[in-house]
Design a protein around this ligand. Structure first.
Ligand code: CAA
Length: 291
């Protein structure tokens, strides 16, 4: 939170986000108001955050990231939400970090204020699964934000890329690490060194995206359907499943398997494990209590 507080004055100095107040949106679930995102609960158990800075193709200025962190925190602690859908518009998921905000930054300002560090809160604090639904541009920080999600869906035409090299810099929100892990070193190196874009169809073919859909409508329908399916499961088991899969990214195999077994053991202490296994034996639908 300190980082957010220190970044705010910097951001307002550069006036990176200057949309009129008329687009200020109110969350369906709280009294909080947001300027650069929309928040809703489109299906039971599903919280949706829609990036909404259309004039800048959802460029991720610091105030937008602050709002996104707040909305995700709220869904993370909400009793009515099991899974989060993160999306943008048909034209742009997000065209990257805000170049106009970054342009005048000096090394010491970036270093002292831990510029962009608050982005890592997006994944480190949220225990519930996040599905990114990507249509249009997902460039630079937009591509990085999509890769922070637990499941990435996109349209076949989506425009992914890490074009930072063309701006005289490198990815700064995990792109060089997550893209390389997802698609392999040689391909990632080619994309990051040239700044060339790749399509949603490529993303799915290379395993970066779980699925690519024919168009925006199909993408949103498919993403919501998956979100509903996840929301229909035990929330305790869903959070545990996200935790153990993510450990595979950090731990060597032997430690990861050990970690998974410990979590598996711990779930014998949940009510939902009893509910689920008893319902199977009685050929009934489980009635989860999320305990
Ligand atoms: N930051 C700030 N403003 C941006 C932006 C960005 N990343 N991307 C687009 N915009 C703004 C444009 O400046 C323009 O604003 P004005 O109308 O006020 O001029 C508006 O959005 C519309 O953009 P275009 O007119 O350029 O739209 P287009 O359809 O012709 O092109 C595009 C679309 C190819 C995405 C092009 O906008 C573009 O190349 N954007 C920059 C992409 C980029 O380089 N992203 C990486 C940023 S660096 C980063 O993200 C670092 C990191 O790792 C965290």
């Amino acid at each position: 939170m300190n980082t957010l507080r220190t970044l705010r004055p910097l951001a307002s100095r550069f006036q990176p986000c200057t949309l009129p107040k008329t687009i200020r949106q109110f969350s369906a679930t709280s009294s909080k108001s947001y300027e650069y995102i929309l928040v809703s609960e489109p299906k039971p158990g599903v919280g949706q955050v829609t990036l909404n800075r259309p004039k800048a193709l959802n460029a991720l200025c610091t105030p937008l990231i602050t709002e996104l962190n707040q909305a995700l925190d709220e869904f993370n602690t909400s009793d009515s939400v099991s899974v989060i859908l993160l999306t943008g518009s048909e034209k742009a998921f997000a065209a990257g970090a805000d170049i106009k905000e970054m342009a005048p930054l000096t090394f010491s300002e970036a270093y002292k204020t831990s510029f962009i560090e608050s982005w890592s809160q997006l994944t480190s604090r949220v225990k519930k699964p996040i599905i990114a639904a990507v249509s249009g541009h997902a460039l630079g920080g937009g591509c990085e934000l999509a890769m922070m999600a637990d499941i990435l869906y996109c349209t076949e035409q989506a425009n992914f890329g890490q074009p930072e090299i063309k701006l005289g810099t490198v990815p700064g929100a995990g792109g060089s690490q997550r893209l390389t892990r997802a698609i392999g070193k040689s391909r990632a190196m080619e994309l990051i060194l040239t700044g060339k874009s790749f399509s949603g169809a490529d993303a799915a073919r290379w395993g970066l995206a779980a699925r690519a859909f024919s168009d925006h409508a199909a993408l949103m329908e498919g993403a919501l359907k998956t979100a509903e399916t996840i929301a229909g499961n035990s929330r305790v088991a869903v959070i545990a499943a996200k935790e153990v899969v993510n450990k595979s990214q950090d731990l060597p195999l032997r430690d990861g398997v050990e970690y998974e077994r410990r979590v598996f053991h711990s779930l014998f202490g949940s009510k939902d494990q009893k509910v689920g296994m008893q319902a199977f034996a009685e050929k009934k639908k489980p009635e989860w209590t999320h305990e």
